[in-house]
Structures are given as C-alpha cells and as structure tokens.
Write a protein that binds this ligand. Structure first.
Ligand SMILES: [Zn+2]
Length: 107
C-alpha cells in the first residue's frame, strides 16, 4: 500500500469504528425491548452514532479532497497539516499528519 492509501485508511478509521459501534448498538436495541426497558435514549443511540459516522465521513472526505486539490495546508511531503495550536512563544504550530513534522508559522 502506498502512503496515500494508508493516510486515506487512517482518515476513514474513525468513521468505520463509529459505523461498527452503531451496528452493534442496533443489534442490542431489540434485546432491551420489554417492560424493563430503560427508555427512549437507547433507541436513539444507533441513529445518533450513524449520524456521527456520516459527519466523520464527510469531514474525512473533505480533508482528502482538499489534499488532492492542494487547497488545504500542506507539508512539503504532501501530507495534511493538522489544526493550528498556539506555541510557547506565541507562534502557531501545526503537525503534519503524514510525517509528524512540526511546522511553525508567524512569530
Ligand atoms: Zn509531512
């Protein structure tokens, strides 16, 4: 697998895990049906997890699309830079998600 494939797999990993959790939660809901049922929030858990998985998938797709279009903040290695954080000396730093190198901007 090339690095692009691995980074795409890593980008979609939270989506896949959330979808798997939603699937497992949907299997558990019928077992809780009955007079001792806890309540409505249990019924909504698979739906909420599925909605969260959709949002995570859209976010991952958007990041990968921006990377392909070279619109986002890119490291010279071609990886996407993560969110900016304030450094110790007032500079903004962000970490490359592909190679892990830290970049400083501003002063
Ligand atoms: Zn990099």
């Amino acid at each position: 697998m090339q690095r692009w494939d691995w980074s795409a797999a890593r980008a979609y990993l939270p989506t896949a895990l959330t979808l798997a959790t939603a699937f497992l939660a949907s299997l558990r809901v019928p077992a809780l049906q009955g007079p001792m049922r806890a309540g409505a929030p249990v019924d909504w858990a698979p739906c909420l997890l599925f909605a969260l998985a959709c949002l995570l998938g859209i976010g991952a797709t958007r990041r990968l699309w921006r990377r392909r279009q070279a619109v986002g903040l890119l490291c010279p290695c071609g990886g996407l830079l993560g969110a900016e954080r304030m450094g110790r000396r007032g500079s903004r730093t962000s970490v490359c998600r592909a190679c892990g190198r830290e970049w400083r901007r501003g002063s």
